[in-house]
Structures are given as structure tokens and as C-alpha cells.
Design a protein around this ligand. Structure first.
Ligand SMILES: [Zn+2]
Length: 275
């Protein structure tokens, strides 16, 4: 049975030192209508968007931010048909287990993982929960967890409660902006989902903000245009506030915001080209 604690019960994460590098990972692909990713986008055009995650590597230990799909849900024909029944949508997971494979290629050990945080509970971000042990908490906003527990329809909310249902899984709930570990902060960017969060990673000389789906595309930042996808129309204003917050961070000379699903974004491209 999954255990759910406040962040204070999950903290501190077992890392030592400072964040030394950030490892971009591409865990899958999905066709997304442009106006879903950016308000005002085309309802005709579809982008083949990468599903991304990142590892933050410390002197000792590392943290996983987001986690892609559960590959078994995508590959098992029965589960796939039951899970991804949406017009114009199909989840794609490349061969192998992209998360496990890319963690190994980065020279990281699962046993050194201190914990994972997800931007939000959509099914293209929750796939890592299956791999976590009881000393590796999964961190998300309390409002997001309430949304997971209370959403009337998993299908309409694009999430699977079963992704969070593992005997060894321990969930830690955050309330707004929270320092997760030295040099890594979660920041409130609710809108796309009720408890969406982004992550600020302070490396030597540069800060990287992992926007999550508050900015699927770089154009969300460059045009200050919010996501076109909110759980409820009342969240439109929050989605605008979220992208405004990210745009303000991006304006800092030492900070760059990474969009989560942009096919053209260089760090994701670099990861794809290597394979
Ligand atoms: Zn996503």
C-alpha cells in the first residue's frame, strides 16, 4: 500500500554536496495538437513531442525530475487499448526501457537515487513511480495529489491512479514553493493541472528551470502564451500566471527555461541524436 506523508516526513533527500550536472532524458514521444500545447496555436497542426525527464546529479546521490510513461502500459495490448482511448493520440515508447537505459548510460545507479519529483500527474510523467523503493520518495504538490484522488474520471484527467499504487511507493506532498535539496527548488506553476509545479536547478554558473507542462514549447516562454490544456476553464488565469512566472525567470541573465515537450529544444534534440 502506498504511503502518503507531508514533505516534512519525506525530507531530507539523501544527497550530498551541490548539483553538478543535469542529464536530459527523452523517454518517449506523443503526437500533440499544437493548440493543446500553446493557446492560440493551430487546431490542425500536430507536433511529435518528446516525453522528457532529467536527472540532477550531486557529489553524492541524484534526483529524478519527471518520469515518462510506464512502458508496460504502452506495450501490453489490452492495457494500451484500455488506457489510451483518445482520438488522434498514441503514446510511443522506443525500444528497451528508456528511463532505465538512459540512467545507466549517464553512469548513475538506481540505489543512489535519493527521490523523484513530478511536475504533475498526467500519465506521460508518472512512469517512474514503478521503480522507486521506500527510501526514494515521490514528491508532488498536495493539490495535485488531491486532484489525483478526487478526479471524477481518470480518462478525462489524463492520469492513472494505478501508477501510484505500489507496495513500496512513498509519496511526499509539497505545499507551494519548496526547497527539495541544495540547489533544487520546486515552484508553484499551477494551471495546466491544479497542482502543477516546475523545478529550478542551480548549477555552477547557470540555473535551469524545468518548466514541465506549464511550457510545453519554447514559444510558450517567448510569446508568454500559456498552455492550451487546463483541467477546467477557471484555470486559464492560473496558466497565464504560471507562464508569466517562468518568463520572468527566463529573463534573468543566468537562467534558462527548458520547455518539457518541445521537439526543437536542443538538449532534447541532443539526447535523440545520440541514439
Ligand atoms: Zn506532459
Amino acid at each position: 500500500m502506498t504511503r502518503v506523508d507531508a514533505w516534512t516526513g519525506a525530507a531530507p533527500l539523501a544527497v550530498r554536496g551541490r548539483p553538478r550536472r543535469l542529464v536530459p532524458m527523452v523517454l518517449g514521444f506523443e503526437p500533440i495538437r499544437e493548440d493543446v500545447s500553446i493557446r492560440g496555436g493551430s487546431a490542425f497542426r500536430h507536433l511529435m513531442e518528446p516525453v522528457t525527464a532529467a536527472a540532477v546529479v550531486y557529489d553524492e546521490g541524484w534526483i529524478l525530475l519527471d518520469g515518462g510513461f510506464d512502458p508496460d502500459r504502452v506495450r501490453d495490448p489490452v492495457r494500451r487499448a484500455a488506457s489510451f482511448d483518445y482520438e488522434g493520440y498514441t503514446p510511443i515508447v522506443p525500444q528497451g526501457d528508456p528511463l532505465v537505459d538512459q540512467v545507466a548510460e549517464a553512469g548513475l545507479q538506481w540505489g543512489d537515487l535519493a527521490g523523484a519529483a513530478i511536475s504533475h500527474a498526467h500519465f506521460d510523467h508518472t512512469g517512474a513511480a514503478r521503480l522507486l523503493d521506500d527510501d526514494q520518495p515521490l514528491l508532488l504538490q498536495r493539490r495535485e495529489w488531491q486532484h489525483v484522488c478526487e478526479a471524477p474520471s481518470e480518462r478525462a484527467a489524463f492520469l492513472f491512479r494505478a501508477d501510484f499504487d505500489h507496495p513500496r511507493l512513498r509519496i511526499g506532498l509539497l505545499d507551494g514553493d519548496t526547497s527539495l535539496a541544495p540547489g533544487v527548488d520546486a515552484i508553484d506553476t499551477a494551471g495546466h493541472t491544479p497542482g502543477h509545479q516546475s523545478f529550478v536547478v542551480r548549477l555552477a554558473g547557470e540555473s535551469i528551470v524545468l518548466a514541465g507542462d506549464a511550457a510545453d514549447l519554447r514559444a510558450n516562454i517567448d510569446q508568454r502564451a500559456p498552455t492550451g490544456s487546463v483541467a477546467d476553464p477557471v484555470d486559464d488565469a492560473a496558466a497565464q500566471r504560471a507562464v508569466d512566472r517562468l518568463t520572468a525567470l527566463d529573463a534573468r541573465a543566468d537562467t534558462v527555461v527548458w520547455p518539457s515537450h518541445d521537439p526543437e529544444w536542443e538538449p532534447w534534440q541532443r539526447t535523440i541524436r545520440r541514439r
